[in-house]
Ligand binder design. Structure first.
Ligand SMILES: NC(=O)c1ncn([C@@H]2O[C@H](COP(=O)(O)O)[C@@H](O)[C@H]2O)c1NC=O
Length: 496
């Protein structure tokens, strides 16, 4: 006789499923609460104690953890040695396992949950049975998702048994589930998961999950010195800013809005760098995030405190600067170790409907010495410095991305437009009369020469772009016609 072990926390649909298994002549073994639910509904079951010869004990911590259960699940049916060992120990094979786990996620999402309550909701026996059954999918059908009840019944009714392909698929589902279940427990116990007030919008729930070993230069490792708790958008914006600032080793300030830079400035002092980042776009910085790669002194703090900002991130705050900025109760001040800013070579992930994508971070070190000048006129040294500065910036702007700027300051940033000249027009409008002082950086090639023509009309003297369009020659001819120096980097920096 075939046997099914049923032990479920979520009892939805279990009665109908068990009834149908019984109709197929399958004997049902079940644990305490499951047995009560099934028997109240008139489904006869064998209690787990009758199988193990042991009572459920330790408040349910030990019910199914027994060789009579795991032997019955793990024995290979194609090996005589396994079958004879089962017989020698009076163990019956178990052919179906239907288990869903203690609701750990639901438990920890309760606002008043205690650690004891959370710990009691870590299921041990359930995942053990699921994993034993899944390992032996050659013979055992394992069901952890009530959504699979109908599918299993349909196969049993049609052919008397489940197919190997289905059992394998269900086994894979089990390992994905137990791995996610354990991951959540690890993050909870490691204090790595912070439930946020909300996500991108108030109607979205969200949490921040830190890596077990978050690098020192990361938003996950930032020390908050002042202000309200970080929001979902704060975390993403600050992260975007950290990725930007690590491009620059000189005293530099990056101002960020909605994950794009709105101003980047470099100078001999951090005060001067902030002034340049601010002047780049004194309007957009309002409500933004400012990242400084040198300690904040009092003079800079005075400038910073004169505007409304969400967050300031820096390697340190001098005591008077901290005292001044801390007067703003809501202003989030984050301190980070910038000395390790270049030690990142992480993978990154984004979710899509039905899965996720994984890739290396775009940490290519751009080497202007390897760039190729494709025009008659070579860039001057000053132009070359400006091209290098703005190329670092454009890499962090949402595509299609255009950055206009000098060797120490961005002056116009065009982000996220669906055509390249659209981004250029926005950047030029921002730079205004200063467009003629700028060089131009484009994150990807020009599909046609219209952007170069527009640049020429606005007095731009030098351009950096990856090259690689079939119409590159049109852009080169247009640049030559107007005496523009243009270099190709051979590297594209899309950012979607
Ligand atoms: N301790 C054990 O041996 C054990 N065996 C099964 N469970 C879990 O107990 C729950 C079902 O319990 P009940 O049938 O008593 O309502 C299931 O979520 C199952 O995963 C166990 N509980 C926790 O580890």
């Amino acid at each position: 006789m075939r046997r099914a072990l049923i032990s479920v926390s979520d009892k939805n649909g279990i009665v109908a499923f068990a009834k149908e298994l019984a109709n197929q002549g399958i004997e049902i073994i079940s644990t305490g609460g499951t047995k009560r639910a099934l028997e109240e509904a008139g489904v006869a079951t064998v209690g787990i104690e009758e199988v193990t010869g042991f009572p459920e004990m330790l408040d349910g911590r030990v019910k199914t953890l027994h060789p009579k259960i795991h032997g019955g699940l793990l024995a290979r049916r194609d090996l005589d040695s396994h079958l004879s060992q089962l017989a020698a120990h009076d163990i019956q094979p178990i052919d179906f396992v239907c288990v869903n786990l203690y609701p750990f996620a639901e438990t920890i999402s309760k606002p008043d949950v205690t650690l004891d309550e959370a710990i009691e909701n870590i299921d041990i026996g359930g995942p053990s049975m699921l994993r034993s059954a899944a390992k032996n999918y050659a013979a055992v059908t394992v069901i952890t998702d009530p959504a699979d009840y109908d599918r299993v019944l349909a196969e049993l009714k049609a052919g008397g048994e489940t197919t190997l392909a289905t059992r394998k698929e269900l086994a894979a589902k089990v390992f994905a589930h137990t791995s996610a279940y354990d991951g959540l427990i690890a993050r909870y116990l490691g204090n790595r998961e912070t439930v946020l007030r909300y996500g991108e919008n108030p109607q979205q729930q969200a949490s921040f999950i830190r890596d077990a070993e978050a690098p020192a230069f990361s938003i996950a490792a930032a020390k908050q010195l002042n202000g309200k708790e970080l929001s979902y958008n704060n975390i993403r914006d600050a992260d975007a800013g950290l990725r930007m600032i690590r491009e620059y080793s000189e005293p530099t300030v990056v101002a960020i809005k909605h994950m794009n830079p709105c101003g980047i400035g470099t100078a001999d002092t951090i005060f001067g760098a902030f002034q340049k980042a601010f002047d780049a776009d004194p309007v957009s910085i309002f409500g933004g995030i400012v990242i400084l790669n040198r300690p904040v002194d009092l003079a800079t703090a005075e400038k910073l405190s004169a505007i409304f900002l969400e967050i300031i991130v820096a390697p340190a705050f001098e005591p008077e600067a901290l005292a001044l900025l801390s007067k703003k109760k809501n202003l989030r001040l984050l301190q980070l170790d910038f000395s390790s800013q270049n030690q990142h070579n992480a993978r990154e992930f984004v979710s899509v409907l039905g899965g996720y994508l994984e890739q290396d971070m775009d940490t290519t070190a751009d080497d202007p010495a390897a760039w190729q000048c494709v025009t008659e006129r070579q860039p001057t040294e000053e132009e070359m410095r400006a091209l290098a500065f703005n190329w670092k910036a454009v890499k962090h702007v949402k595509s299609n991305a255009i950055v206009l700027g000098t060797a120490s300051q961005t002056l116009g940033i065009g982000a996220g437009q669906m055509n390249r000249i659209g981004s250029l027009k926005i950047a030029a409008e921002q730079a205004g009369a200063r467009t003629a002082d700028c060089v131009l950086a484009s994150d990807a090639f020009f599909p046609m020469d219209d952007s170069v023509a527009f640049a020429a009309e606005h007095g731009i003297r030098a351009i950096v772009q990856p090259g690689g369009s079939i119409k590159d020659q049109d852009s080169i001819d247009m640049a030559n016609k107007h005496g523009i120096a243009m270099v190709f980097t051979g590297v594209r920096h899309f950012k979607h």
